[in-house]
Design a protein around this ligand. Sequence first.
Ligand code: S3P
Length: 173
Amino acid sequence: MRIFLIGFMGSGKSTIGQALAEQLGFFFYDTDEMIEAAEERSIPEIFKTKSELYFREKEKETLHQTSNFEKSIIAVGGGTPCFFDNMDWMNDHGITFHLNMSPEGLKQRLENAAGNRPLLKNIDTDELLNFIALKLEERKHFYNLAHFNFNAEEPEDILLKQMKLAISKMTWH
Ligand code: S3P
């Protein structure tokens, strides 16, 4: 079984993914980290020294490397589902879990975490909510194609329970 965690920046994919993997005895992967390791530089550096397009191509290549991962929870970048045919690819190669959050909830989480996110680099604090709301609107269509949708504003233990319940139902069928 392979589960892809998708959702906007700041929706908690890595934190929830690691906790879920630990509780299930699964492996955890983060495609952003895989890209940084392969490129030997951080994502902001990749955007700066190469380009966003270069990053998006690496993102797709990295996603395809997960096709034979077993018993894995794979967190992908917030933009991954929205480029190329990545969303269909994930739906064909695993189960997709979307971590859904409101723009207000995301703003709170992202206010202090913009530094390592190139898309937020030039956004002032007073423009952040508006930026998130617009970007989310653009991306919603892709995120809504996920097999499962979870409210990521729930406390972590409730969210993990809901995810495990969804997984247990899958394995019984
Ligand atoms: C991006 C999200 C980031 C990272 C890159 C681009 C996006 O990942 O892939 O900065 O386009 O939303 P997180 O969602 O893990 O922050």
